[in-house]
Design a protein around this ligand. Structure first.
Ligand code: CP
Length: 302
């Protein structure tokens, strides 16, 4: 993985996913290692973030590295009209690796084509969020014991939700059966369903969450992505299409976990938080160890 970009989850192989998860477990066991001493990592966030930026920065600081970057592009020369091309050219002079989030699909790929240092995509529009996927896989492996032959329910905004797109691509390497629940307007795009067809994997599409939840190993809830809608009336119509409540989890498998990349809005009622099935806060914590693993693997330090 040394010097590789992580723009799309498919930039890594199945063996590389498993190596990242192994490294993450090592970092969880022993998070205080000084291996980034002398390294500078840049975090460029052109779009808001809490977990991704802070867990990357926590990972870098924990390993003894230095962070430069911004969380508000309005305070940078982008606000004077500097192009992404030029910003990345400049920052790659100042850092050993760049972590970037940007609202435009394809922006991370463009950055990887002009940067002299590796680019890690921290989310590009509705396209991909590969580091989230690796932490989701780590969370799935930790709670289910393995990644093979699982039933994963994806619920909510499957059209604009970049986390479900990346997760589907990665978990399609592990004989997963997918169940999609979304409003008509927010269905999983055909390109991902064609990918599953080509892999010979089963998937089911539905509208009503009900008794079928008893089949699930993982329920992956997602937020309806208000910022991707051009029509606010359409957002209002679908924003509360799915609200998971604790009572709906009765009869589900003992080991079943509810995941969510967060932030949540209304789609998981707070009464789920105390359920043994709730795992979304631990999932976010796992992000620190997984991001330690990603950075150290790409920099060739592990
Ligand atoms: N999961 C995730 O990407 O969260 P943030 O938007 O807070 O980074």
């Amino acid at each position: 993985m040394k010097n590789k970009n992580l723009v799309s989850i498919t930039d890594f192989t199945k063996e590389e996913y498993l190596r990242i998860l192994e490294l993450a477990a090592e970092f969880e066991e022993n998070p205080r290692q000084d291996i980034l001493n002398g390294h500078v990592i840049s975090t460029l966030f052109f779009e808001p973030s809490t977990r991704t930026r802070l867990s990357f920065e926590s990972a870098i600081n924990g390993l003894g590295g230095r962070v430069i970057g911004f969380s508000d592009s309005g305070a940078t020369s982008a606000s004077k009209g500097e192009t992404l091309h030029d910003t990345i050219k400049m920052v790659s002079n100042y850092a050993d690796l760049i972590v970037m989030r940007h609202p435009l699909e394809g922006s991370a790929k463009l950055a990887s084509e002009v940067s002299s240092v590796p680019i890690v995509n921290a989310g590009d529009g509705a396209n991909q969020h590969p580091t989230q996927t690796l932490l989701d896989m780590y969370s799935i492996q930790k709670t289910q014991g393995n990644l093979e032959n699982l039933k994963i329910f994806m619920v909510g905004d499957l059209k604009y939700g970049r986390t479900v797109h990346s997760l589907l691509m990665a978990m399609s390497e592990f004989n997963t059966t997918f169940y999609f629940f979304s409003p008509n307007e927010l269905k999983m795009p055909d390109t991902y369903k064609i990918h599953l067809d080509n892999k010979g994997l089963d998937y089911f599409e539905g509208k009503e969450l009900g008794e079928i939840l008893t089949e699930a190993d993982i329920i992956y809830m997602t937020r309806v992505q208000q910022e991707r809608f051009t029509d606010p009336i359409e957002y209002e119509r679908v924003k509360n299409a799915y609200v998971l409540r604790r009572s709906m989890l009765e009869g589900t498998r003992e080991r079943m976990k509810v995941l969510h990349p967060l932030p949540r809005v209304n789609e998981i009622h707070p009464d789920v938080d105390e359920s043994p099935h709730a795992y979304y806060f631990e999932q976010a914590r796992n992000g620190v160890f997984v991001r330690m693993a990603i950075i150290s693997a790409i920099l060739g330090l592990k």
